[in-house]
Design a protein around this ligand. Structure first.
Ligand SMILES: *Cc1c(COP(=O)(O)O)cnc(C)c1O
Length: 400
């Protein structure tokens, strides 16, 4: 049997069984659904994209995978070069892994070891945000602040290695004052905190974070697993404020194959580059640099540039603002829109009970969680389809 994610298996409702998918649509045996979630925010080009399919097939006829230990290959070389060119500044040094959580682990390990390699052994702490989500592995749970983290807290008690603050400048300044000589990094989901509830904050926080990190010699990590590739309306938030380490995942492969990258600046890389074998980065996921994943990622980036995806995302944001203008309901606490992310936060999670089934009946797949009813559609969604998704969200409140 399948043990499903984030579910109490005893009470969970049967999942919808998908038999085909194309464009923004998922097909069950009896229904056609707009995927308003992009399969956990990753399928930015939609399903069964002819060019992405062809890129994988072409690579498959050569080889599906070889390890990067002692071997290399063109798709991985080309993707690392493309990312180095495409990402801002000197974010040039690309470490591949198979999932976002692992890529965040790698970033956190890099930050810790960067200082250990310099003999600064006291820098064992991370600073991160309230409501952060950085993955489900143990260290990412510790820097996160969701149910996972609360489970870790319960099991182990407060870690001396992690501190959390709200995304507010006074709290940031105070934390740096208190911990600066113990911190190796500040890690954030920049501008948009996804799994913590589609929470949005101002870029001025990131600008101040950059200043304080420079002042105190702390590394700044952007976890752009969710925000990367346009989701906030910026190509990467790193285009606005530059981090020392950038983590990419989810949409990296257009949602085709799990893959991720931890991209370090030249300065971070230089902290590992010397004659001491103990200064090497000791990490190596079996499937890092998978050739199918790298091939489809390259094609995904090509499409993103060639078909001007940033304008598609601006159009999604404009339509969402237009459709939700003036919408209010006493049960809705806040309407939030940023780039390709639309969220209605409700006061009481019970308000959203039954929404998924309601949406299914009306041809939309939605997966509200806690107090959040949201859409993060594929960027290729048409105006009519997006209006359908948003109308359902409004209709739920109007008719109930
Ligand atoms: C989804 C997510 C992760 C974890 O990625 P996985 O591929 O699920 O391990 C990490 N950070 C952020 C911000 C995410 O949204």
């Amino acid at each position: 049997m399948i043990w499903y994610p984030y579910e109490q298996m005893k009470t969970m409702r049967a999942p919808y069984k998908i038999v085909d998918a194309e464009g923004v649509y998922l097909y069950t045996a009896d229904q056609k659904l707009i995927d308003s979630v992009s399969s956990w925010w990753s399928v930015i080009h939609g399903y069964k994209h002819p060019e992405l399919n062809a890129a994988i097939r072409e690579q498959l006829d050569k080889f599906a995978h070889v390890m990067l230990g002692g071997l290399t290959h063109e798709p991985a070389e080309k993707l690392s070069e493309k990312l180095a060119d495409w990402l801002p500044g000197d974010l040039d040094c690309c470490f591949f892994s198979d999932s976002g959580s692992v890529a965040v682990e790698v970033a956190l390990k890099m930050a810790l070891q960067y200082y250990m390699n310099r003999g600064e052994t006291g820098r064992t702490m991370t600073l991160s945000l309230n409501h952060a989500y950085h993955g489900d592995t143990f260290k990412t749970m510790e820097v996160g602040d969701d149910e996972d983290y609360h489970f870790v807290l319960q099991a182990y008690g407060q870690s001396p290695y992690a501190a959390h603050i709200p995304p507010e400048i006074p709290a940031l300044e105070q934390a740096f004052e208190q911990y600066h000589d113990k911190l190796n990094c500040l890690i954030v989901e920049p501008l948009l905190q996804g799994a913590g509830g589609m929470r949005m904050y101002d870029v001025s926080f990131l600008a101040r974070a950059r200043e304080l990190c420079d002042e105190y010699g702390v590394l700044l990590i952007f976890d752009e697993v969710a925000t990367g590739f346009g989701r906030t309306g910026n190509r990467f938030v790193a285009d606005l404020v530059q981090p020392d380490i950038l983590v990419l995942g989810k949409a990296l492969t257009g949602g085709y194959i799990g893959h991720a990258a931890t991209v370090a600046s030249r300065r971070v890389f230089a902290g590992f580059y010397d004659n001491d074998p103990n200064h090497a980065l000791m990490h190596g996921p079996t499937f890092m640099g998978n050739a199918l994943a790298c091939s489809v990622a390259l094609k995904s980036i090509e499409l993103f540039e060639r078909e001007d995806y940033m304008s598609k995302i601006r159009r999604i944001e404009d339509i969402a603002r237009r459709e939700l203008a003036g919408f209010a309901d006493p049960r809705v606490k806040e309407v939030r829109i940023m780039g390709g992310c639309i969220c209605l936060e409700v006061y009481d999670p019970a308000t959203l009970t039954g929404y998924q089934q309601f949406a299914y009946r009306h041809g939309v797949f939605s997966r509200p969680f806690l107090n959040y009813l949201y859409a993060m559609p594929p960027y290729i969604i048409s105006e009519a389809e997006l209006v359908q998704v948003i109308s359902l969200m409004k209709q739920w409140f109007l008719q109930n």
